[in-house]
Design a protein around this ligand. Structure first.
Ligand SMILES: NC(=O)c1ccc[n+]([C@@H]2O[C@H](COP(=O)([O-])OP(=O)(O)OC[C@H]3O[C@@H](n4cnc5c(N)ncnc54)[C@H](OP(=O)(O)O)[C@@H]3O)[C@@H](O)[C@H]2O)c1
Length: 288
């Protein structure tokens, strides 16, 4: 019996990246749907839960992706509501690579130095990756600030994180280089999660910092989000700090994403969201 993965994407066009990684993670066949939302997902879920005998249900799984974190969360909630008794399949949420990317980035930071009690800033943290990363840092006992070009967007993101995870993250205004430079003063950790190809912090604003210990940049598209970090950096020492580039920590992201797909087919009752994916990342980080 084949391992079937149903890819439900909240964007009109389902992600090719998620499709490829689904195969590489061990699915025998991946069916991708775009434009999936809580109103049209019901019949799709029925097809996954009513078709196979109890012992074979673990060979069907659901992956939820798309560019909108809130839409992904709403879809996951609706999918879970459709499950009852043994009529369920395993499901993973990873809108825009949010959970796997944030988990890989934060796992590397936590692997590199004790984080509890430290202060971190997630630059441009209003996207899916930044919001998940802010939560995971907070869960490590870090005092987290999250910046946006507009304070209102930062506040909305912090409220969404509080609603989903119950943790407090401080909204920060970061409209220009000067305000972003100010926001990282006195921080120990900076994680940049801005849109692809957007420069957020110049090297002169971090290299002489007396407090900064760790910097990580999720943006893989030139120019990097943090000037002075090479895309391949993986705990590299620069200016007395340890730094990570997008590909440097991204190898763990890909391995983690594949491992999570494989995990979906081990039983029919797994739900992989931020907490579970981060727990898997912590078991994998630094091991190759
Ligand atoms: N390394 C990896 O393995 C990996 C995997 C997946 C994704 N990524 C990368 O991770 C990063 C975060 O992904 P995401 O999907 O969360 O990002 P996103 O939603 O596309 O963007 C994050 C935030 O960037 C800000 N932004 C957009 N355009 C900007 C501009 N011109 N100037 C300043 N800020 C701007 C926006 O915040 P405001 O509007 O609130 O300011 C936006 O919410 C991206 O660079 C993505 O390519 C890396």
């Amino acid at each position: 019996m084949k391992k079937l993965l149903y890819q439900f994407d909240t964007d009109p066009m389902p992600s090719v990246f998620d499709n490829v990684v689904a195969y590489d993670g061990g699915a025998d066949h991946v069916t991708a749907y775009g434009g999936v939302d809580p109103r049209n997902v019901g019949g799709l879920v029925d097809g996954t839960i009513f078709t196979r005998a109890p012992k074979d249900k673990k060979l069907t799984a659901i992956f939820i992706g798309g560019g909108d974190m809130a839409a992904g969360e709403a879809l996951l909630a609706t999918v879970r509501k459709k499950f009852f008794a043994g009529f369920r399949v395993s499901v993973m949420l990873d809108s825009n690579g949010s959970n796997t990317t944030a988990a890989a980035a934060v796992a590397w930071l936590a692997h590199s130095a004790p984080l509890a009690g430290k202060r971190a800033v997630v630059l441009a943290g209003t996207g899916p990756v930044g919001m998940r990363a802010a939560f995971l840092l907070s869960r490590e006992g870090v005092q987290v600030g999250l910046s946006s070009r507009t304070l209102a967007r930062a506040e909305a993101a912090c409220q969404a994180i509080k609603a989903r995870f119950g943790v407090d993250v401080t909204p920060l205004e970061g409209a220009d280089e000067a305000s972003r430079a100010r926001s990282v003063e006195n921080a120990h950790v900076v994680l940049s999660t801005g849109a692809a190809g957007v420069r957020l912090l110049e090297e002169r604003h971090w290299k002489d910092s007396a407090t900064l210990e760790l910097l990580s940049d999720a943006n893989a598209t030139p120019p990097g989000g943090i000037e002075g970090i090479d895309i391949m950096d993986k705990g590299t020492a620069r200016h007395g700090k340890r730094v990570f580039g997008a590909i440097g920590f991204g190898a763990l992201k890909i391995a983690l994403h594949r491992a999570c797909i494989a995990r979906l087919f081990e039983s029919n009752d797994v739900v992989l969201d931020a907490e579970e994916i981060y727990a898997i990342a912590r078991t994998m980080v630094g091991k190759g």
